[in-house]
Design a protein around this ligand. Structure first.
Ligand SMILES: N[C@@H](CCC[C@H](N)C(=O)O)C(=O)O
Length: 278
């Protein structure tokens, strides 16, 4: 005879089995991330709902994204990035800089590293001022249209100059472009820009996968710097970017329309550490 109560108990105890998840919270110019040391590969990477819940600012820890630090055979570590909607996505510049600071906190690296991310190898250094400088992918294709520029700096970016950046409705206008005909199902991140002086631009970014404005976007700042150089708005190859959450600097070498040695530099700071039951 089958013992029904045993089956029910096993089912119930299986259902309520919880685990303590240790996390670290980092931010880079206000672009914030839940960081998890997944070198033992314990994290349920396919659980989109869980990742979205951990990033939720009311029901979870809160963050624009979640990043796993994993082992890699050929480099110091591997970066696995998820947007706050729970889906794995393309490169995150600020997240990469924060992950470098996290790797140092875990003693995986000291002040210099090479790691692997979805768009390839990244070299990075941590300065004595604590600023993290991250090498981004080379850029050789920049699409210039009358009203905007499109380029991929590890993630896709639409760049558009606007008159009244301070009062511009980033969420509404960004979403219209992200979901519009231009970029199809994949969509794009959308950056609105204002020139401040010869070497400085302010930008506000609508991020795909967060589906809202974030306080900063590293691949976005990189895209804006290159786009402004291509448009002839600046002749400089080291450009200051004011984002809502602080300041970034993007530098590059330019030769025959190719952008190489592209570096994104700025703060990457530990905020707090904790455990959450999942
Ligand atoms: N905040 C990031 C960009 C993250 C990726 C983006 N949301 C996408 O899915 O394309 C950055 O700092 O670059």
């Amino acid at each position: 005879m089958i013992n029904i109560s045993l089956i029910v108990c096993t089912f119930v105890s299986h259902k309520i089995k919880k685990m303590q998840l240790e996390f670290y919270k980092y931010q880079g110019t206000g672009n914030d991330f839940v960081m998890i040391d997944n070198r033992t590969e314990f994290f349920p990477k396919e659980n989109t709902k869980l990742i979205a819940q951990l990033c939720d600012r009311r029901f979870g820890i809160g963050g624009d994204g979640l990043i796993l630090l994993e082992n890699d055979l050929d480099t110091d570590f591997k970066m696995v990035y998820y947007n706050s909607d729970g889906n794995q996505s393309s490169m995150c510049g600020n997240g990469g800089r924060c992950l470098v600071a996290f790797a140092k906190k875990l003693s995986v690296i000291e002040n210099e590293t090479t790691f692997i991310a979805t768009d390839g190898l990244h070299h990075a250094t941590i300065g004595i001022d604590g600023l993290v400088s991250l090498q981004m992918i080379d850029v050789d294709t920049v699409k210039v249209s009358p009203d905007y520029v499109f380029l991929n700096t590890g993630s896709p970016h639409h760049v558009q100059l606007v008159d009244d950046l301070e009062n511009y409705n980033i969420k509404e206008n960004g979403a219209a472009i992200r979901y519009g005909d231009l970029y199809g199902k994949a969509g794009s991140n959308v950056n609105f820009v204002k020139q401040i002086d010869d070497t400085t631009f302010s930008l506000r970014t609508y991020e795909r996968g967060v589906e809202d404005e974030t306080l900063s976007c590293g691949t976005g700042a990189t895209a804006v710097a290159i786009a402004m150089n291509v448009l002839g708005k600046t002749m400089e190859t080291a450009i200051n970017l004011n984002v809502e959450g602080g300041k970034l600097v993007v530098s590059f070498d330019k030769k025959e329309g190719q952008f190489t040695h592209v570096f994104l530099k700025g703060p990457a700071e530990f905020v707090f550490k904790g455990t959450i039951e999942i």
